[in-house]
Write a protein that binds this ligand. Structure first.
Ligand code: MG
Length: 385
């Protein structure tokens, strides 16, 4: 039996690594759909290589550009509706679309009772109340494509959630784990972009330096595993070998260990509940290995505390906080805000938060837009000072 897969966001890092995993298991998986924003050389090459039935691009000019470059019969669709069609057409939808553009993928896949291999952050951070409803569809299933959530998914017992005491997310601690307060106050964009373990885009790298990335993952874990946020802890683990843990009521802690390679969570999500035989991921235990764990410094990494607060408030608060953080990080990257300023601006934006019902995607987008406006106003005030 071939499992059909729609790889949405196919030209990004998760998308290309997903195709890499599928290549290891040709015959077991086939590519039903590919989606990317633009008609790039890479997308054209992927269409030639994988021969999907559906390709989705962001706009009509991109569709025309793609149609002119491929001579095979393929349905080229456009925008959110195209993404939704692609998401429900396969057994597994891999949502590696960046930002809010990924919401239609999550909603369409779950509403069609499909398995969603979820790498899109906004789905669970900003739109958790919407996702919680559509997730009730019979057959619908979310398997996370994120090293921490994948680890917890593997360690959580199928039954007996009452036996779980807490989830423990590990964090590399970012590049400034050991920096002094003076050093932190004068961090440059270049320093913040230099991440020790994973190579990622600028926004997520900054989030990893402030631990906001971990805070967002705590919120995601709360939504994904339906566990109260105060039963989710973060522990700093610089080696990035233990990807997360689950502590049981009897004091046992279950952990998932592997080399830090995103193809492992991708393989897990594609093959679940079976495991795929892959050539990457195993630990090298032929030499000494040290694993360190320490609690995060909540004072230095104020963003982590802000994320917990947003998760506790719930509703639209995570969407609001995440949007405020995006604007603050943008200002930091443009050298208009200091590294400590990121948390200060997000805290101020949270003070102006107004709760609202998130009953559909439009309400999510509205909360996001408002938070961005509020944060820009806060930034302007600081800049003028
Ligand atoms: Mg992660």
């Amino acid at each position: 039996m071939t499992t059909t897969v729609s790889v949405l966001g196919s030209t990004g890092s998760i998308g290309t690594q997903t195709l890499d995993v599928i290549e290891h298991h040709e015959g077991r998986f086939s590519v039903m759909a590919l989606a990317a924003g633009r008609c790039s050389d890479l997308l054209v090459a992927q269409v030639e290589r994988w021969r999907p039935e559906i390709v989705v691009v962001a706009s009509e000019p991109e569709r025309d550009a793609l149609a002119a470059r491929i001579d095979r019969p393929v349905e080229v669709l456009v925008g959110p509706e195209g993404l939704a069609v692609a998401a429900r057409s396969a057994d597994v939808a891999v949502n590696a679309v960046m930002g809010f553009a990924g919401l239609p993928v999550t909603i369409a896949a779950l509403a069609a009772g499909r398995r969603l291999a979820l790498a899109n952050k906004e789905s669970l951070i900003a739109a958790a109340p919407v996702v919680a409803r559509v997730r009730q569809t019979p057959g619908a299933q979310i398997v996370p494509v994120d090293s921490e959530h994948c680890a917890i998914h593997q360690c959580l017992p199928e039954a007996g959630r009452g036996e779980v005491r807490r989830l423990i997310l590990t964090a590399s601690g970012g590049p400034f784990r050991q920096a002094s307060l003076e050093q932190l106050a004068s961090i440059t964009v270049a320093e913040a972009l230099d991440h020790p373990t994973w190579s990622m885009g600028p926004k997520i790298t900054i989030d990893s330096s402030t631990l906001m990335n971990k805070g967002l993952e705590v919120i995601e874990a709360q939504a994904l595993f339906e566990v109260p946020i105060d039963q989710i802890d973060v522990v700093v683990h610089p080696q990035s070998i233990v990807h997360s843990m689950v502590e049981m009521v009897d004091g046992s802690t279950l952990a998932q260990l592997s080399a830090p390679d995103m193809r492992l969570p991708i393989s897990y999500a594609l093959g679940y509940p079976q495991r795929l035989d892959v050539a990457f991921g195993p630990l090298d235990l032929s030499g000494p290995m040290t694993l360190e764990f320490s609690p995060p410094d909540m004072e230095r990494f104020a963003c982590l505390g802000l994320a917990y607060e947003a998760g506790r408030v719930g509703g639209a608060a995570p969407a609001w906080m995440s949007a405020a953080n995006e604007i603050a990080v943008e200002a930091f990257l443009a050298e208009r805000l200091s590294w400590f300023g990121i948390a200060e601006v997000v805290a101020e934006a949270m003070e102006r938060f107004v709760q609202r019902e998130l009953d559909d995607v439009d309400a999510v987008l509205e909360a996001d837009r408002e938070a961005r406006d509020v944060t820009r106003t806060i930034l302007q005030g600081r800049m003028d000072a």
